[in-house]
Design a protein around this ligand. Structure first.
Ligand code: CA
Length: 381
């Protein structure tokens, strides 16, 4: 089992699947501006859409307000067209999903929001570590909520038509959110595909599950204050059938035996841990229909609760390098001035560019590929 890149863009680990209720690829917006450009076809589409929205119950005032500043976003279509299907291993997935940094920040968040998380756990019966793990994977604990205007993004995708029906549904839901007064068009931002706020709800998920936990009359998942968003994630899991106090799963041979007969034993990567999964694993998949995502949430929540890493080691990758080798290679490249964007052991575009730069600097063929020979060359200094 592997996961596609769209399920694991930098900073976000979520998945887009057809028929699934959530979509949320976000990569850092820094490279992309998401500026609206004039587009007569888009304008004509919006003019044709407005009567459909009105007959779905959206008020004229909301329609005017929502589309006043909205426009066609070519960068959104660019992103939609370039969701390459390259795969990640469980090891790479976990190296990012449960990185030392994500664990450390998550533990800080557990302390910082202890009272709130206790109240959410008491109300919805979802353990606070699980709620915080969802927050951590979806938006890096709120640091990556997305700043693309949702009405523009979703209407651009609806107009484009590749998944037009799906996104028109999202657009109607987004307009209903505005109609209800939960937020305003300029505050309604998200990923390029319309996933919003701390827990990256698409508009239809918001409509189904978002809650006003602080009682101010608005379900606000966008603001710096994560109160409503965290409660909404817990509400989502509760409504999906979360069983309080039950395990999601765990590595086979550890405490998993005491939990009874698992639904399934997964081994996404060989060699690698065999993972027994239980009912709550499938509940997490209701949030995002990916085994790796559910393992990532479950494992991160275990680490936040003080648990250790999986005990079974992953072997060397196809290039003959282990995770520790790859981290060492990244550290050595960075020390030589070729920035790999951190040393997480995951070979991404930055690491490949750094390898290419190093190869060129020492007169090697510029392949950009990691290898044992390259690591040895770096070690020699
Ligand atoms: Ca509220």
């Amino acid at each position: 089992m592997q996961v596609t890149r769209r399920a694991f863009a930098l900073g976000t680990l979520a998945l887009m699947t057809s028929g699934c209720m959530r979509t949320l690829p976000t990569t850092p917006a820094a490279e992309t501006s998401y500026r609206a450009v004039p587009n007569a076809g888009f304008d004509a589409w919006v003019a044709g859409f407005k009567p459909r929205a009105a007959s779905a119950g959206i008020s004229q005032a909301t329609l005017d307000r929502a589309f006043r500043g909205a426009g066609y976003l070519p960068d959104v279509i660019e992103r939609d067209r370039n969701q390459a299907e390259f795969t990640r291993t469980l090891e790479d997935y976990l190296a990012i999903a449960a990185s030392d940094e994500r664990i450390a920040t998550g533990r800080q968040m557990l302390q910082r929001h202890a009272g709130l998380l206790d109240r959410i756990e008491a109300r919805y019966g979802v353990e606070k570590e699980v709620v915080v793990a969802v927050w951590g994977l979806e938006s890096r604990y709120g640091a990556r909520r997305g700043d693309v205007p949702v009405i523009s993004a979703v209407s651009t995708l609806a107009y484009d038509g590749r998944r037009g029906a799906f996104f028109e549904k999202q657009l109607i839901a987004a307009l209903k959110i505005l109609d209800s007064g939960d937020t305003t068009p300029d505050r309604m931002t998200g990923s390029w595909a319309g996933a919003m706020g701390h827990t990256q709800f698409i508009p239809t998920s918001y409509q189904a599950y978002a809650v006003d936990f602080d009682g101010d009359g608005r379900r606000d998942i966008w603001s710096d204050d994560p109160t409503d968003a965290l409660a909404s994630a817990a509400a989502y899991l509760q409504r999906s059938g979360w069983r309080t106090g039950q395990p999601w799963g765990g590595e086979l041979g550890s405490q998993a035996a005491a939990w009874g007969t698992p639904l399934q034993v997964l081994q996404p990567q060989v060699p690698g841990p065999r993972i027994a999964v239980f009912h709550n694993f499938n509940v997490i998949k209701r949030y995002n229909n990916s085994d790796l995502y559910a393992i990532g949430i479950g494992h991160l929540s275990d680490r936040l609760a003080g648990g250790g890493p999986f005990r079974t080691a992953f072997g060397a990758d196809a290039t003959g390098l282990t995770l520790e080798d790859r981290k060492e290679m990244q550290r050595l490249l960075t020390a030589r001035g070729f920035d790999t964007g951190g040393a997480d052991g995951v070979i991404g575009s930055k690491t490949r560019a750094a390898i290419t730069g190093f190869q060129q600097s020492v007169g090697l063929p510029a392949t950009g590929e990691p290898s044992a020979a390259l690591l040895n060359r770096l070690r020699r200094g």
